[in-house]
Design a protein around this ligand. Structure first.
Ligand code: ADP
Length: 614
């Protein structure tokens, strides 16, 4: 050994080199691998002190007996071929603990005079590196697994050619391709991308390093052999190597096609419905329970001179005719309490026409999961109709008024004629004159009804109120009616009372109900009249055993011009005004009117008036 060293450099400088070299060094001499030299580094790696110098290797490090090192060394010693070990695991006892260490090492033969005398060991411990690589690999594996199973489509395109280095199952499915695309160029794998911007965008990301992130982007892909349109939220992000250079692009994408399609459909529906509602001649609106509007079509917005955003602020009380406002408010309040379809007529001020216009508003409640959702309604311009009705009423008023005077004379002449004929003994002709008189009475009553209606409609009806005995009036009217009918009128007056109202008009109502009862029960022979006191009211009831009314029609009986429909119309003459007038008179006298009826069995009409202590 000394000789070998003397041949080259001085022993001291070599020893210094050995001990100070930043690598672990040892010389194992002879067949038994005696540790001839070992610097501090290698002693540290081995976890031993310099007391092992001079000992054979397996004695110095008995723990490596069952490991490969001794064999490898022997092989180098025998063959003279150096051996390179990379990341080799060695189990070494350090401070009494056997631990896993990793080494890179070179075993080289030591030659003396062409003869191998030993093996030099140069080693570096790479435990930290190996462990961290292992950790990295494990986490990479975990990451890969995660990406593979994620709902997101993920792919990595490598190099400027955009070679598909990785694509998870989702991405492969997205493309409508199979695993064979991995390793090919993106543009070859998905040729349909050629006419789309994506390849260009990817190349740009590669060049600039600026990530590309987009939402609901349209992508056309051939899936199942058919070119289809999809929508994706996706990103292209550059991946950089340790030098900071871009080597690949990572693509993460989420298919949002269904979402986008659903939204598009909803948008189209909304667009269609809005056009539909704007095309309507009516005004269309929707509102919450209390009547605050949340939508109005263009007709409504034009009238109000509003934008859709201002509609919930609009104060309708300002443009509704003051005379109609209380009724409109009442209808809304009732509708809010008990949502069901409603109708209301009122005037709204039209600032363009500079006048009030009549509208008919209908509201229909809609419910969601059993709860009130909103009102949907329309306002229809009924101004022309209202004007025509007014014209008709004016005409009827004038006509009936003009007819009344000649009728009064006609009646007088008929009566005089009857008297004269009777005087002259011509009884037969006198009877005709009497019949003439009766027909004139009927005609007068019809014209009276017409006149009453025009008065009611123009608000000109006048009630001549006074205090009278209700029971007495019941008797008077019943007796009067009994004279001209073969029906037996039965009266059950339990008790009477005083009433403050227009006696003549109330009498007219009673007569009207009785004559209807007679008229609509041609096959019966009696009607019943009852009076009864209840809760400070007096109730008057006429019961007949006639044709009755269908349940769904009876509420119409009190409406103007309502008549029995169909064949019955000609059987029972009339104008359909009597009950309307009766209802108006009763209501204006502070009372109520109603009917119970069974089709084919008969009807019971009643009205009530408040009792008075006048
Ligand atoms: P009309 O002149 O037709 O009798 P009314 O206003 O008095 O007009 O009555 C309106 C409608 O109500 C009648 O056409 C008839 O259909 C119905 N009606 C009124 N009274 C009776 C009754 N007692 N029985 C059955 N139907 C009746």
């Amino acid at each position: 050994m000394k000789n070998f060293l003397q041949h080259h450099v001085s022993f001291d400088s070599l020893a210094t080199l050995f001990s100070q070299a930043p690598v672990a060094l040892a010389m194992l001499m002879g067949e038994n691998q005696v540790v001839e030299i070992a610097n501090q580094h290698i002693l540290d790696l081995w976890g031993k002190s310099d007391s092992i110098i001079g000992k054979p290797l397996l004695e110095a490090l008995p723990e490596i007996k069952d490991q490969e090192f001794s064999k490898l060394l022997r092989e180098v010693y025998r063959s003279g071929k150096p051996y390179n070990g990379n990341n080799v695991l060695a189990k070494i006892e350090k401070n009494g603990v056997l631990s896993d260490c990793y080494f890179d090492f070179i075993y080289s033969p030591i030659l003396k005079d062409q003869e191998i005398t030993g093996v030099s060991v140069v080693a570096t411990e790479v435990t930290d590196k190996v462990l961290s690589e292992k950790k990295l690999w494990e986490s990479e594996l975990r990451f890969k697994e995660l990406v593979e199973t994620a709902d997101y489509s993920t792919a990595i395109y490598k190099g400027e050619d955009l070679i598909i280095e990785f694509a998870n199952d989702q991405m492969i499915k997205t493309w409508g391709k199979d695993k064979s695309v991995i390793g090919t160029k993106l543009e070859d794998a998905i040729p349909e991308l050629q006419n789309q911007p994506f390849i260009e965008v990817l190349k740009n990301v590669f060049k600039t390093g600026i990530p590309y992130i987009t939402q609901e982007d349209k992508v056309d892909l051939v899936v199942g052999g058919v070119l289809q349109t999809f929508y994706y939220n996706f990103s292209y992000k550059p991946l950089r190597d340790s030098k900071g250079e871009i080597y690949a692009i990572m693509n993460v994408a989420l298919n949002v096609t269904e979402l986008v399609n659903a939204r598009k459909k909803a948008e189209t529906n909304e667009y269609d419905y809005r056009n539909l509602s704007n095309a309507m001649p009516q005004m269309v609106w929707s509102a919450g329970l209390t009547g605050i509007l949340d939508y109005g079509n263009s007709n409504l917005l034009n009238l109000l001179n509003l934008t859709i955003d201002e509609i919930d602020q609009f104060d309708f009380t300002k443009i509704i005719h003051p005379d109609d406002l209380p009724n409109v408010q009442k209808v809304w309040e009732e509708a809010a309490k008990n949502p069901q379809q409603f109708e209301v007529e009122y005037r709204m001020f039209d600032r363009k026409k500079n006048e009030y216009i009549w509208y008919l508003t209908t509201g229909t409640p809609f419910f969601k999961d059993g709860e009130f959702y909103k009102w949907i309604g329309t306002n229809t311009d009924i101004n022309e109709f209202k004007n025509l009705v007014k014209q008709k009423d004016t005409f009827l008023g004038i006509a009936s008024h003009e007819l009344k005077t000649p009728l009064t004379s006609l009646k007088l002449y008929a009566q005089v004629l009857e008297k004269m004929l009777r005087k002259s003994g011509d009884e037969k002709s006198a009877e005709f004159a009497k019949k003439m008189d009766l027909q004139v009475v009927k005609l007068t009553s019809l014209i009276g009804d017409l006149l009453d209606v025009t008065k009611i409609n123009s608000g000109k009806i006048h009630l001549n109120q006074s205090c009278f005995d209700f029971a007495k009036l019941v008797l008077e009217t019943a007796e009067e009616m009994q004279m001209s009918t073969s029906h037996k009128i039965e009266i059950y007056a339990k008790n009477g009372g005083m009433v403050f109202a227009d006696k003549e008009r109330i009498g007219q109502v009673m007569i009207n109900l009785i004559s209807n009862a007679i008229k609509y029960s041609p096959d019966a022979d009696r009607i019943i009249i009852e009076t009864e006191q209840k809760d400070n009211n007096i109730i008057y009831t006429v019961k007949d055993f006639g044709i009755g009314m269908p349940e769904d029609k009876k509420h119409l009986a009190f409406e103007q011009y309502y008549r029995v429909s169909g064949d019955e119309q000609s059987t029972f003459p009339g104008l359909g005004l009597g009950l309307y007038i009766a209802a108006q008179i009763v209501e204006r006298s502070g009372g109520k009117i109603w009917v119970h009826s069974i089709l084919g069995k008969g009807s019971t009409f009643s009205f009530s008036l408040p009792l008075s202590d006048c």
